[in-house]
Design a protein around this ligand. Sequence first.
Ligand code: FAD
Ligand code: UDP
Length: 394
Amino acid sequence: MEYDVIVVGAGFSGAVTAQQLAQAGQKVLVLEKRPQIGGNMYDSADKNGVLVHWYGPHIFHTSSQKVWEYLQQFAQWEPYQHRVLGRIDGKLVPIPFNFTSLDTLFPPSQAQKIKEKLQSLFPGQATVSVLELLDSPDQTVSAFGNFVFEKVFLHYTAKQWGTPVDQVDRSVINRVPVVLGYDDRYFQDPFQAMPAGGFTPLFKKLLSHPNIEVRLNCDALALLSLNQQTGEIRFQGQVFSGPLVFTGPVDQLFGCQFGPLPYRSLNLVFEQLEYTDFQPAAVVNYPNEEAFTRITEFKKLTGQQLPGATTILKEYPLPYCPENPQGNTPYYVISSPENLARYQEYANLAALFPNLHLCGRLAQYKYYNMDGAILQALNLSQQLLGCKPEQDKI
Ligand code: FAD
Ligand code: UDP
């Protein structure tokens, strides 16, 4: 066998692992089912010449110095602070909901009273969870919490996840806080930027090492066989005893033998428009009336200057179904106790294979942002190279 390592998937989890191992002298084969590298981060120019993220809008942000420093080798990064507006009661207000949102939607004296209450109950705090506001014993604050919950979270969450909001894990809701001030950025991380020229050139650089071979349009499941009695892995019929790093959906690796793991998918509807500007922010959320959750205008994410043309994306959530062409991408894991228990069955099975390593959003069934996936891949690479794994977490 001419490869030391096989990596399945060319998103961040796979590409970073491949790069790290190749740099350490190992010969790495990357198998990617899609016709292109980049995983969900894949971008390219559409027919209007607009740089488009084909699997949904991706904004890089992290609080990890290690991830930030690592990425400097592969792109020039343009500083970018993501700002989102939400349409509430016919008005566009900042999301996360902040004091500007409050001033816009409440009469001045009421807004002033709420702000004072919030500042006295959460002194020195930049953000608070909407769920904490709901539980507040203070009536003004809990009524305000109810308002934000109803107008921002309730319907958006039901649309996004296809279930009532009380069945959605609290950590999902808590990804978007309420801001106790006028900071109108979507993310509070110290490092926020976009790669100049897009994510795809970054992935080309990540995978350009001479020790890496990438095979596109290649479903790894057709080439691999895993023997559950012996823990043996075969690649194209021959025993493969090097590490196999798998970053695809773990249930599919094992023929969904404990039942399929549920994912949420999206119908992504792109529109090419013949004018320069569509909306006042890169992303506008539509929590309430519309069937879609948000509209992204890509030029405002990437800073691309292109008069007379712009491209927007509307995201319509729907259940993941491999047979439905509109919902056949497993975009989001659904963290419920039942699903996590099923995932654990797959993880236990995977542990019977000493050379198999699950890495990434799909393989670990975790709601990783890009930085979390990158950090996980860096840690796994260290472990595979025999270095003491660092316990970095995001
Ligand atoms: P992926 O990018 O999904 O890569 C997995 C790869 O494995 C895919 O290319 C797939 O084709 C391949 N594969 C699967 N099965 C097989 C097989 N059998 N054989 C061969 N190849 C296979 N994160 C942020 O930090 N900021 C954002 O703004 C952001 N926005 C997002 C918006 C949306 C709509 C979504 C869904 C996610 C967003 N994320 C964002 C999260 C980000 O997409 C993930 O963190 C990232 O994709 C994780 O990388 P990965 O390599 O683990 O998975
Ligand atoms: N959310 C919401 N209203 C919003 C934005 C977010 O209810 O205007 C909730 C919703 O449940 C969503 C979660 O917060 O799934 C996380 O939002 P985020 O923007 O982080 O989602 P992603 O970018 O991963 O789709």
